[in-house]
Each structure stands twice: as structure tokens, then as C-alpha cells.
Design a protein around this ligand. Structure first.
Ligand SMILES: Cc1cc2nc3c(=O)[nH]c(=O)nc-3n(C[C@H](O)[C@H](O)[C@H](O)COP(=O)(O)OP(=O)(O)OC[C@H]3O[C@@H](n4cnc5c(N)ncnc54)[C@H](O)[C@@H]3O)c2cc1C
Length: 429
């Protein structure tokens, strides 16, 4: 047994995975978590008596690290797969989307555009050497493949309604990894295959937390880390509301924009690197409806009266929860509408549902809640990886968040995989 004192900051999937792996390697880490519960973006809340995630989560067939940890914790039988459908709300109607026949039938694109779109999707699922895409921004790369018109119809609004002023300078590899992940998660080219856990992410996270606590680790909730001091490039004290601590090593898994405000004593250059990293925030509605909105799990939207890029009808993946839908309004936190009241978002959601399905009226809305998260997604510009500071930002102080597994998009499996590898590596440092 190693006697080194190790702190982990954040009890989202990555922080839990770091601690889980450290325990397996003989350490007894202490996790500091600011929230009153574990889970971070995957945490659950009480939605009218139903304990459900604040934000939607699905799994793809490529989520290897996720399958591995489910197996280790005897949770494999909690994972279910479903043949899900995708739609596109365009030209005032829900059109089928996400397979070659749907593409051929889609109204609004020429045959050549459809062919180019299909080719791009196919190429993206086959490409392995993503580094060759680093020279492009996402917009130019997609346009090069599918042309101006198809880009305008299928991508432009999706990107603008998520990234706003940042949408012109996004990384092509980052977009590619998203296309590839969904594109490869299929039963066949005609049928999409997505997964969910019985009970949602908490089924796994609670088991990880239980393992950590049973084996000598600690999880301190309501314990926001306020400061970490670095002296002469070496780790100093860690400060929370309840005291000052000294550790041999600290591993932070909280978003870079937060950690950049917490660490004191870095060189100006490192501090500037950290502070330059930005995240997209999310205002996410969750709705319990009396009936289905559509038959799709994922509905992309391009409509001038609707200011969201998509709706996730979660119950079309996981039928155990009733008719539950998530409506994410991604946007930079500085957008003025981020501060709009919950009521404004709720009224918009009701209006949009009635546009999408004329059979919906006010009496169909059983409940709606709004959750907000400042750090929902890193904003990755071209050559993003090179712009990140080293993980060991000072001796014995390690920082990582979802941006460190670029070009992969943020994901539970990716955070778990990265967290476990990080823990394995730091024990040798
Ligand atoms: C709307 C939405 C939809 C998503 N959909 C999917 C999906 O379908 N499939 C999928 O695989 N993934 C999805 N994700 C991504 C997934 O939730 C994340 O990849 C994953 O939760 C990241 O885990 P993490 O531990 O790296 O970070 P986080 O979950 O961000 O965890 C960070 C933790 O640090 C804590 N913290 C912050 N500041 C401090 C501090 N000062 N001191 C102590 N603790 C602190 C936070 O409270 C939090 O618990 C989605 C995310 C969002 C927002």
C-alpha cells in the first residue's frame, strides 16, 4: 500500500474514474466535489418524483471504456440497445433522417447534394488519420464535401445555434469525431443502434462511488475547491471553505475555465494558456408530455421560428421513463438570452412543440423544468490539442477536463477512459 496522499477534484465520470483506478492501484484518494451530489453533467435530479439525469445521455457501440467498467462492476446486464430513429424538422414537417433511404427521400436537397452528403458521411466513418483535417475549420471542411447549398440547409443553423459567434472557427477533427461516433453506431447502414442504462448514468456512478468508499477512498460533497497554490512550479496548499489541506499529488478534472481561476502562482504564459480556453453553456429543458412528440430519438431542426438545433425524445430510446424529452439551448454564457428567465424558455418550448406536432396543446405538458450548466462543451478551434497546457501543469499538480481527449467529443466513456489512464500514468511520475 502506497502512503501518498492524493486529492482528486470533481466527482463527475472523470474524477470518479481517476479515484476508482487509484484505488485499484493501492491508493486511498480523497475526492472534493462542489455539488451536493456526484455526477457532474451526468448527475440526476428529482423531476416530479422521477429520478432522472439533468441532461440526456445515450451510448454508442464504440464506447469501449464504458463497457469495460460496466463489466468490472457487474453491471453489464443493465445496458440496453435500441434501434432508434432520427428525424429532421425542415419545411414545416418532420422528415426521416439518418439512413440512405431517408436521404434520398429528403425534400429540399438536389440529388447531387444528397450524393455528396452521403459520401461525406461515409468518408467520415472510415477516416482514421484525423490529423490531416487539422488544417481545416469545420465549416470549410464540410462545405468542401457537400457544397454551399447543402451546408446552408443541413449544417449552418445547427452550428450557429450551438456556437453562435464561435461557429466560423471550429475544429474539423472535432466535428468529424461526432459524425463518426454516431455514424458507426449501427445495426446496419439502415438502422441506428444506441444504448442506455437501466436507471440512467447513476447506476454506474453510484457503483463507482460505492467501490471507492468501500475501499478506503473518500468523497467529500459540498466541498468546492477555492484555491490551489503553486510555489516555484511545485504543488502547495489546497483550500476549501472548510480548511487548508496538503497533498502529495492533486488531480483536477474540473473544467479548465474554472481551474484557471483557482490555481495561484503559475507563470504568466501558462495562466494565459489556461484562461484562453472557453466552454459553451447549456440551458436545458426537460419535459414530461402526455403523448409522444415524434417517433424519433433525435430530431434535428432547421426552422426560422425555432431557435434550437434539435430535440432529444429520450423515451424513444428508454421507454421506462414515460414521455420524456430534453430541449438543449446551447450558447456561449455571454449571450444575453442565457440570462432569460426559466419561464421564457418554457414558453418557447411549448410553442415549438405545437409547431412540430399540431396535435399537442397546453394540456399535454405534465411538467417542464430548466437546468443550466456553464461548462457543457469545450469550444475547440483548429489545432486545439497543441493549444492545451501540459497535463502536469506544475510538479505533482495535474489538470484535465473533457477537452483533453480531443478530437473526441465530451462523453462518459471518453471521460472514464481518460481518467483511468491519467491515474495509471501519474502513479509513475
Ligand atoms: C446536455 C448534455 C448532453 C450530453 N449527452 C451525452 C451523451 O448522450 N452521451 C455521453 O456519453 N455524454 C454526454 N454528455 C457528456 C457527459 O455528460 C460528459 O462527457 C461527462 O459528464 C464529463 O465528465 P467529467 O467528469 O469529465 O466532467 P463533469 O461532468 O463536468 O464533472 C466535473 C465535476 O467537477 C465539479 N466541480 C466543478 N468545480 C469544482 C470545484 N471548484 N471544486 C470541486 N468540484 C468542482 C462539478 O460539480 C462536477 O461534478 C452530455 C453532456 C451534456 C451537458
Amino acid at each position: 500500500m502506497d502512503s501518498k496522499k492524493i486529492a482528486v477534484i470533481g466527482a463527475g465520470p472523470m474524477g470518479l474514474a481517476v479515484a476508482y483506478q487509484l484505488i485499484k492501484d493501492g491508493y486511498k484518494p480523497i475526492i472534493f466535489e462542489a455539488d451536493d451530489r456526484i455526477g457532474g453533467m451526468t448527475s440526476s435530479f428529482d423531476f416530479s418524483g422521477l429520478e432522472i439525469e439533468r441532461y440526456y445521455h445515450f451510448h454508442c457501440t464504440s464506447d469501449q471504456a464504458f463497457f469495460e467498467i460496466l463489466k468490472e462492476l457487474n453491471l453489464e446486464d443493465k445496458l440496453n440497445w435500441k434501434n432508434t430513429k432520427m428525424g429532421y424538422f425542415y419545411k414545416n414537417r418532420v422528415q426521416e433522417w439518418g439512413n440512405p433511404i431517408a436521404l434520398l427521400k429528403f425534400s429540399g436537397l438536389s440529388l447531387i447534394d444528397k450524393f455528396r452528403y452521403g459520401l461525406h458521411a461515409f468518408y467520415s466513418t472510415k477516416l482514421k488519420n484525423w490529423q490531416q483535417l487539422e488544417k481545416y475549420d469545420a465549416k470549410s471542411w464540410i462545405k468542401k464535401w457537400i457544397g454551399e447549398k447543402a451546408f446552408e440547409i443541413l449544417w449552418d443553423k445547427l452550428l450557429k445555434l450551438k456556437f453562435y459567434g464561435y461557429s466560423d472557427n471550429l475544429s474539423a477533427p472535432w466535428i468529424w469525431s461526432r459524425i463518426r461516433r454516431i455514424g458507426n453506431s449501427r445495426y446496419s447502414i439502415f438502422a441506428e443502434k444506441l444504448g442506455y442504462l437501466n436507471g440512467g448514468s447513476k447506476t454506474l456512478l453510484n457503483k463507482m462511488a460505492e467501490f471507492i468508499k468501500l475501499n478506503g477512498g473518500e468523497i467529500l460533497l459540498n466541498s468546492r475547491v477555492k484555491k490551489i497554490y503553486v510555489n516555484n512550479n511545485s504543488l502547495g496548499d489546497l483550500e476549501t471553505e472548510s480548511g487548508i489541506y496538503r497533498f502529495d499529488k492533486i488531480i483536477s478534472t474540473i473544467p479548465l475555465p474554472i481551474i484557471s481561476q483557482i490555481i495561484h502562482g503559475l507563470s504568466e504564459e501558462l495562466q494565459a494558456k489556461l484562461s484562453s480556453k472557453k466552454n459553451i453553456a447549456v440551458v436545458c429543458g426537460i419535459v414530461k408530455l402526455n403523448k409522444k412528440l415524434t417517433n424519433n430519438f433525435w430530431l434535428n431542426i432547421n426552422d426560422e421560428n425555432i431557435d434550437i438545433p434539435g430535440i432529444i425524445e429520450y423515451s424513444n430510446l428508454n421507454p421506462d421513463v414515460g414521455n420524456i424529452l430534453y430541449i438543449p439551448y446551447y450558447m456561449p454564457r455571454e449571450e444575453s438570452k442565457f440570462s432569460d428567465s426559466d419561464e421564457i424558455f418554457i414558453n418557447k418550448i411549448k410553442r415549438y412543440f405545437k409547431i412540430i406536432n399540431s396535435e399537442i396543446d397546453d394540456s399535454d405538458f405534465i411538467d417542464i423544468k430548466i437546468n443550466r450548466y456553464f461548462y457543457a462543451q469545450p469550444i475547440c478551434e483548429p489545432n486545439y490539442l497543441n493549444s492545451l497546457p501540459d497535463i502536469e501543469i506544475a510538479k505533482n499538480l495535474f489538470v484535465a477536463d473533457t477537452s483533453y481527449y480531443y478530437p473526441e467529443d465530451r462523453g462518459i466513456s471518453e471521460s472514464i477512459d481518460f481518467g483511468r489512464k491519467l491515474a495509471k500514468n501519474i502513479k509513475d511520475v
